[in-house]
Design a protein around this ligand. Structure first.
Ligand SMILES: [Mg+2]
Length: 144
């Protein structure tokens, strides 16, 4: 987790926020220890309300910053989840989450994803920023 004294802005480049969909913004309502691709479309889920609020607060604090809601399920899937959770016109960028987009992450950005420790090659996150888990106190607000 980041310390509070780390800079949030480097030069004129504002920090960006990258948030995963499955098992992060939404959580499948099955407790089987597995990942749940396309849970938004395929199975009952509940919304991770603290994380949704974290995203909204980030937008309030950083009106010009890039917020990426991304998914290995693709940009259309991410866009559908954004519309359901934040509204159709929400100011963010739905994207596919894969090797074509990982390079957008800079070392001082915020990444929130359930895949903190990944062994399977296809799920491995190769980003420069530390990856916060959706349950981290920084997200839930329990550290304040
Ligand atoms: Mg996920």
């Amino acid at each position: 987790m980041r310390s509070n004294d780390e800079p949030r802005v480097r030069g004129d480049m504002e920090q960006r926020l990258f948030v995963d969909v499955d098992d992060t913004l939404i959580r499948a309502v099955v407790d089987d220890g597995q990942i749940h691709p396309y849970a938004f479309w395929r199975c009952p889920y509940r919304v991770n309300e603290p994380l949704v609020e974290y995203v909204k607060q980030f937008r309030r604090d950083h009106p010009e910053a890039l917020i990426v809601i991304w998914s290995g399920g693709g940009a259309d899937y991410a866009r559908a989840a954004v519309a359901a959770l934040f509204g159709f016109d929400y100011d963010c960028a739905p994207m596919v989450k894969d090797r074509t987009t990982f390079g957008l992450v800079r070392e001082w950005d915020i990444v929130v994803d359930d895949q903190r420790i990944c062994t399977a090659e296809r799920y491995e996150l190769r980003v420069r920023a530390p990856v916060l888990h959706p349950d981290d106190p920084e997200i839930t607000g329990e550290c304040i």
